[in-house]
Design a protein around this ligand. Structure first.
Ligand SMILES: [Zn+2]
Length: 247
């Protein structure tokens, strides 16, 4: 049997995943006649976590669609903000430690292990805890067990943060979470934290908090500028009330 030939075009935001030939517009691809469209798209390099609407000859189809000879396929990226089947919670792979601390700084529930526990264990945790797996590893994002997943497009933490905030629009609550362990913070007094603070810290700062999980002490004051900048910029761009973010 002749193998079906389909015409496929990828949206510009997916060009990073596909071969140069597929970036120029619609290109002919031969399939085996049995594979699903999802499999075809993945085999051309695009993780399905990054794929939004699929159409065949102008009508929307699912990833389970089996393309027929001559079909015209378009592959769009995910809409932003992307809707999730539950609250926006995240799990980051071992390479995204800086991003993990910044998300926690903004109060976003972010699990992260500094040890590489392996793809299978990460995927299982994503499923068990209903967390969006964030990674730059396409192989990990292909795992079927994932509750949800997203490719992190940049190497740079500042761009990574904007990418995740614009994609999922998680509610922001800065200074409510431990950047070291993701535990929640409670207000604390100088006296509570006396043993953890140095003399200079006690004199210079007046807002204190402590992690309810690991006990880490936090303080805020005038010399907090780099973290403050991250918080202020993020709130300005992504922290608006929900009716503003939705547009
Ligand atoms: Zn902690």
């Amino acid at each position: 049997m002749e193998r079906p030939e389909i015409w496929i075009s990828f949206a510009p935001e997916l060009h990073v995943f596909v071969a140069a030939a597929q970036r120029r517009g619609r290109t002919a691809v031969r399939t085996d006649g049995a594979s699903t469209l999802g499999h075809v798209v993945e085999s051309l390099g695009a993780p399905l976590t990054e794929v939004g609407v699929l159409t065949a000859d102008g009508r929307e189809v699912r990833t389970s669609h089996i393309p027929a000879d001559g079909e015209e396929i378009t592959v769009l990226g995910v809409p932003r903000p992307q809707q999730l089947p539950g609250p926006a919670r995240f799990l980051l792979d071992v390479h995204l430690g800086t991003l993990a601390r910044r998300l926690r700084l903004l109060g976003v529930d972010t699990a992260y292990e500094s040890l590489d526990i392996g793809d299978a264990a990460l995927a299982a945790r994503s499923a068990a805890e209903q967390r969006v797996m964030l990674s730059r590893d396409r192989g990990l994002l292909r795992r079927r067990e994932l509750w949800a997943g997203a490719y992190v497009y940049s190497h740079r933490p500042a761009e990574q943060l904007k990418d995740v905030l614009s994609r999922f629009a998680p509610p922001l609550a800065p200074w409510t979470r431990c950047t070291a362990c993701n535990g929640t913070l409670r207000a604390a007094s100088k006296e509570d934290l006396h043993e953890q603070l140095h003399d200079g810290t006690e004199r210079s700062y007046d807002t204190f908090a402590q992690c309810t999980d690991c006990g880490q002490a936090y303080w805020r004051g005038a010399h907090h500028s780099r973290l403050n900048d991250i918080v202020e910029e993020s709130l300005q761009e992504f922290g608006g009330p929900p009716d503003r973010v939705r547009h």
